[in-house]
Design a protein around this ligand. Sequence first.
Ligand code: MV4
Length: 450
Amino acid sequence: MKKILIANRGEIALRVIRACKEFGLQTVAVYSTADTECLHVRFADEAVCIGGPSPAQSYLNIPRIISAAEITNADGVHPGYGFLAENAEFADICESHGITFIGPSAEMISHMGDKIYAKNVMKKAGCPVIPGSEGGVESADEATEMAKAMGFPVILKAAAGGGGRGMRVVWEESEIQKAFSAAQTEAEVGFGNPTLYMEKFFERPRHIEVQLLGNGKGKVIALGERDCSIQRKHQKLIEESPSPAVNPELRTKMVNAAIAGAEAVGYRSAGTVEFLLDEDGSFYFMEMNTRIQVEHPVTEMVYGVDLIKEQIRVASGDDIRHTHATTEPIGHAIECRINSEDPFKGFRPTPGTITSFHAPGGLGVRVDTHVYAGYKIPPFYDSLMAKLIVHGFDRDEALSRMGRALEEFIIEGVPTTIPFHQQVMVHPDFVKGDFTTHFLDDFVFKPEEE
Ligand code: MV4
């Protein structure tokens, strides 16, 4: 590959451009008419406007993106996360136009996009999976019988879903008919596939994910885990590596289970295996993500790996540079997502113009952002403005460093999630590492002092 088109925007587009530059690769940005002032447009070697502000007109517009690659002679496409990153058709169209899709094969994307298939292959490979239906659940009556056998509570999920949409928790038999039809409709409307499956519902789990890198020739390595339990309405807000709940013994077990599953399918590129970790230390496969994730930097910090560069290496047919990766992380890393949202008003999105901007710095501080003073945040995309990542000798140092960096961070003009993060960093349970996916349900958010 010589020239890579980045089919994305915002901080991840910039992140990919940086990796390309270090490899001496040419870069092509694509952008919507709402993104002319975005930094990814300025930092790429070339930029092509591909359409109007709505994602459907631009960042999801496959013909426009392929045309942009063809007129610029790009021979690779990096999809980032979101948009077309897990669109098998897009991966397939890139390949049939002689453009390398920097990610797994189209077939792998569509296989893992079927959550029932994914659970079955993982199980066959010896990885523990969340107990539940073998395949799909055909009717509300079948769901009722199954739930009674399994024991309540249960959760119904869309086979083509993921990330929290098309799910229904069912606490007792009387609710199941309604929950089934609601979930089925949501699955059909949201994903074009009404198939549902059932799982035992874990009430207070942790969300732990293992980072994988596969060379596509049968070798898969793992770069430990991330704890992504601190989320709100299925939007992660804080991630860290290693997880405070995972000791070296548990890490070895989780990593080996994830590798076994990914090696069984000959996985290529970066991927993530999501586990639920129960209070008793048992872990269960939930789903696999076939993309680079927002929170990948915390892994990069503790394993000393550039995951985007590794994706590019593997896509070029080279081997992973870190085949000798150790299972043990070095130090501790935490990421806070700085969103243009008002945490005092239910995290309402707050597009607008950033009037002043100063990013924190110093030892162990990394800021991945596409914004700057004078930048106008458009209302059409997600509200992620910046990722603040810190690395420390241990978790204590990472926490105090994050506190210090949040204090240094100046963003004026729009409300941000910075004050929220400042309160979490000193919350006694968070400091102890004692939290589950329900941490924010119980979190009492103090109004800011005038
Ligand atoms: C679960 C679960 C408990 N048990 N599955 C959330 C995101 C999506 N990837 C799957 N999710 C969950 N799956 C089983 N078997 C808990 C969650 C979950 C959740 C579910 C309902 C409401 C809020 C939630 C918050 C975090 C995780």
